[in-house]
Design a protein around this ligand. Structure first.
Ligand code: AMP
Ligand code: MG
Length: 421
């Protein structure tokens, strides 16, 4: 692994005490080397996984030209462009039951959707416009050659790449793979992530809360977010704020995981202690990111594992995870498709106070107002410990670095939560 220090020192405007969100994201993203180990899984089990190899089509899908509609397959040459054409029906072709003969001049074949186009035909006339007159099938003028049919290889052409290594497999991709007749595919091994919470004040659920203690809720939010990203999770529980316990836990975690995520212990009061422990074990940078919530964060590596030291505050944990760890873990899992979350514009229902010089991630609900316009509303108190503000939210209101106060009715950027948090 490259030295992180060398890597960041080459960057313009790198300031660990006032690092812009975009800069931090760029550092994290480009420092991560993707996992390239593949494993084979059956198609169904590949949902949400990252494709390990390119998939080249060995066949045409569909395999034959076929009808896109119910109607009659005809020869384009037979059709009178200016009036009715009378044709003789010589048979039928259904999906899975093909007409075997050759269609000659003045002849046509009844076809249903999906039926292979009979030899000699090149056009389908839909049944709604056709009139059957005794033995004759009467086709009106105005038909275009090649209409209402699907061409062989139109969906997937033999020899052409269908899917690329690094794509996330969604239901559509599972269907594509199945349409090629493939039963098993190579996917990347998911990242193994070890995580723990730090703090002498933390009690685990099931214990009785003593004076000054809080329940360890980060354990559950982080677990949930890692699970949503498809990681293999190593849950190490709570680690006390003492040198030995922390060093021991970090050693174990970095030996077991491709990445280590911790919460707590990076705020001003505790950073020195954590910094000392980490300096013996790896290379970790302590950042003050120009953002709210989530200002302090540590990033680096311990042994061969990437390390994310998130703040302790429950909302700050989720915001920093969403903005940095999500990116890093998706890059680590080998994703090469675009996974950046889109920002959309919506009108803010509320006036928002905002200081230029930091990016703010307020929690909001995006919904239609009574006039049918998409508007965003903040979810109550925005303190970094108020987890309810996350629970009630379906989006982040992203107030950009240079932006000042927002008036009610102004447009703001909205990052829709995609099911990670
Ligand atoms: P720290 O960053 O360790 O100084 O913690 C900041 C605040 O977050 C303190 O009020 C902690 O009690 C709270 N906190 C830290 N870790 C957790 C956790 N795992 N679950 C819930 N609250 C936490
Ligand atoms: Mg702490």
């Amino acid at each position: 692994m490259r030295s992180l220090e060398t890597f960041v020192s080459c960057l313009d405007d790198y300031d660990p005490n006032a690092l812009a969100v975009d800069k931090a994201r760029e550092i994290v993203r480009s420092y991560v080397t993707p996992i390239t180990v593949n494993e084979k899984v059956p198609v169904r089990a590949a949902l949400g996984r990252v494709l390990g190899t390119d998939i080249i089509s060995t066949v045409n899908v569909p395999a034959h030209d076929n009808s896109a509609m119910d109607g009659w397959a005809v020869r384009g040459d037979d059709l009178d462009p200016s009036g009715d054409t009378r044709l003789r029906e010589i048979g039928s072709s259904f999906a899975g039951r093909t007409f075997a003969g050759q269609v000659g001049r003045g002849e046509c074949v009844r076809v249903m959707t999906g039926a292979v186009m009979p030899a000699g035909t090149d056009t389908v006339v839909i049944q709604e416009v056709v009139r059957v007159d005794g033995d004759a099938v009467v086709v009106p003028a105005g038909q275009a050659r090649g209409q209402n049919m699907r061409f062989a290889g139109e969906d997937l052409a033999a020899g052409k790449p269908v899917l690329r290594a690094g794509q996330c497999l969604r239901p559509a991709e599972l269907g594509l793979i199945a349409s090629l007749g493939i039963a098993e595919i190579a996917v990347r091994r998911p990242p193994r992530v070890a995580f723990f919470s730090t703090g002498d004040e933390l009690a685990s659920i099931g214990q009785v809360l003593r004076e000054g203690e809080v329940y360890d809720s980060n354990r559950y939010t982080i677990h949930g977010m890692l699970a949503r990203l498809g990681c293999d999770i190593i849950d190490m529980g709570v680690v006390r704020d003492d040198r030995q316990s922390l060093a021991q836990a970090l050693r174990e975690a970095s030996a077991a995981g491709d990445a280590v995520v911790t919460s707590g212990g990076v705020s001003v009061g505790e950073a020195d202690f954590t910094r000392e422990v980490l300096s013996d074990l790896g290379e970790v940078l302590f950042w003050k990111i120009a953002m709210r919530p989530g200002r302090p964060m540590a990033f680096g590596r311990i042994g061969s594992a990437y390390f994310f030291g998130l703040p302790g505050n429950p909302v700050a944990v989720m915001v920093t995870f969403y903005q940095f760890v999500r990116d890093a873990l998706l890059a680590l899992s080998g994703r090469t498709d675009a996974f950046e979350l889109p920002l959309v514009q919506a009108r803010s229902v509320n006036a928002l106070r905002k200081k230029p010089g930091r990016t703010e991630f307020q929690r909001g609900t995006l919904a239609k107002n009574e006039r049918g316009e998409w508007c965003v509303r903040v979810t109550g108190t925005q303190g970094s410990g108020v987890l309810r503000s996350m629970s009630e939210a379906n989006c982040f209101i992203v107030l950009e670095h240079d932006r000042g106060n927002v008036e009610a009715g102004d447009y703001v950027s909205v990052q829709v939560m995609d099911g990670v948090v």
